[in-house]
Ligand binder design. Structure first.
Ligand SMILES: NC(=O)C1=CN([C@@H]2O[C@H](COP(=O)(O)OP(=O)(O)OC[C@H]3O[C@@H](n4cnc5c(N)ncnc54)[C@H](OP(=O)(O)O)[C@@H]3O)[C@@H](O)[C@H]2O)C=CC1
Ligand SMILES: N[C@@H](CC(=O)OP(=O)(O)O)C(=O)O
Length: 338
């Protein structure tokens, strides 16, 4: 078993990590960290468990530690669910100290030698780990994308063989994306907020890095543009995307490409049987009905129309956050980077 830790274990994403790791077949949940407010107390006594999954009792007695490099020295790998401003120096310090970091924070996603990985899409980008080691890091950082970006990338990956140049996307994002204290009820109830800070820029840049080509020494961005408009809606979990793009192929070919899309890996515990599931019903996918498909790891695609126009949906704190990180860690372990 590999000893793992969760940084920021009490937060919205941190709790998802705990849920996914409490009985993981390869990873032993060894360390939980949070702020000084929570450190020194038993996890079960201070966490305000708000997930739609039972609290894993096996972890309740674990004493939360402060979030420092020293606290995670007995871990082989840590998952980061820290606010970005704290994650930036800490993740680098932990990697320098020889521990692998799978980060969910935006801090290092666009660093030239940090892989921004989705196992079904760009597993070869893990080769960047060697570049981090070449510059003297004992450990390394691997990141997963922004929660809207990953839904878009999963929906685009099956269409790679078609020549497309411009992707236009409008998001309808769940409030859990803003964290437990991110959006107040007074702001979101009976409302839509047509702005999420930096989200559009992240979708536009991260998508091109993930779908870019690893040359052996760098990532060449994918040769298409992405134009995004992001909106917060009163949904608890599940980001929905409306996408427009020219693929130069009929809908029947597009549906065939989706139906044939498979993960290159069948041995990863969190890998869903169907990474992308397509719907023919005219009113699907919907967040409440479809976000938990494949244990929250399947991206649902529907309303595929000429144009090309379609709707994509994914669970933002599982496929869009903790689940994406855990799947990356499983890939890293299976590729013997640990
Ligand atoms: N892949 C993606 O797109 C997504 C990424 N995220 C990212 O994940 C990260 C966490 O988000 P989320 O779970 O929503 O945030 P929350 O605010 O819900 O949780 C923050 C966590 O960090 C801890 N923390 C806060 N301040 C400090 C500090 N000064 N020192 C140490 N620990 C601290 C908190 O501990 P305590 O309880 O003690 O305060 C808590 O455990 C963010 O970077 C966010 O941007 C989030 C959603 C989706
Ligand atoms: N901004 C996302 C969540 C998030 O924290 O994204 P990122 O990890 O890219 O900062 C949302 O609100 O839904």
């Amino acid at each position: 078993m590999i000893n793992v830790g969760v940084l920021g274990a009490t937060g919205a994403v941190g709790q998802r990590f705990v849920q996914l790791l409490a009985d993981h077949p390869w990873f032993n949940l060894h360390t939980l960290t949070a702020s000084e407010r929570s450190a020194g107390k038993k996890y079960g006594s201070i966490v305000n468990w708000r997930l739609d999954a039972p609290f894993p009792d096996s972890i309740g007695e674990t004493v939360v530690t402060p979030t420092t490099v020293e606290s995670v020295k007995d871990c082989d790998l840590v998952f980061s669910a820290l606010p970005a401003e704290i994650a930036t120096p800490l993740e680098a310090g932990i990697a320098e100290a020889g521990v692998a970091v799978c980060s969910n924070a935006r801090s290092h996603r666009m660093d030239p030698d940090v892989p921004l990985v989705v196992p079904e899409v760009n597993p070869d980008h893990l080769g960047l780990i060697d570049l981090q080691r070449d510059r003297g890091r004992d450990g390394f950082i691997v990141t997963n994308p922004n929660c809207s970006t990953i839904v878009l990338v999963m929906a685009l990956a099956p269409l790679r063989s078609f020549a497309f140049t411009d992707v236009r996307v409008a998001t309808m994002q769940a409030i859990s994306g803003g964290g437990f204290s991110g959006v107040s009820a007074m702001d979101i109830y009976d409302n839509v907020i047509p702005y999420i800070g930096s989200e559009e820029e992240k979708m536009e840049t991260e998508t091109r890095k993930i779908m870019g080509r690893f040359t052996g020494s760098e990532i060449e961005d994918a040769p298409f543009g992405v134009s995004a408009s992001c909106h917060r809606v009163p949904v608890i979990d599940g980001h929905t995307l409306a996408v427009w793009m020219d693929v130069g192929a009929p809908v029947s070919e597009v549906k065939k490409a989706y139906a044939n899309f498979k993960s290159p890996f069948s041995n990863l515990p969190l890998q869903p049987a169907k990474p992308v599931e397509i719907f023919d019903q005219p009113d699907r996918p919907q967040p409440r009905l479809d976000r938990n498909r494949g244990r929250g790891m399947t991206v649902s695609v529907g309303r595929i129309r000429e144009g090309l126009r379609f709707i994509a949906l994914g669970h933002n704190t599982i496929r869009g956050a903790a689940g994406a990180s855990v799947l990356n860690a499983e890939l890293i372990y299976s590729k013997k980077y640990l």
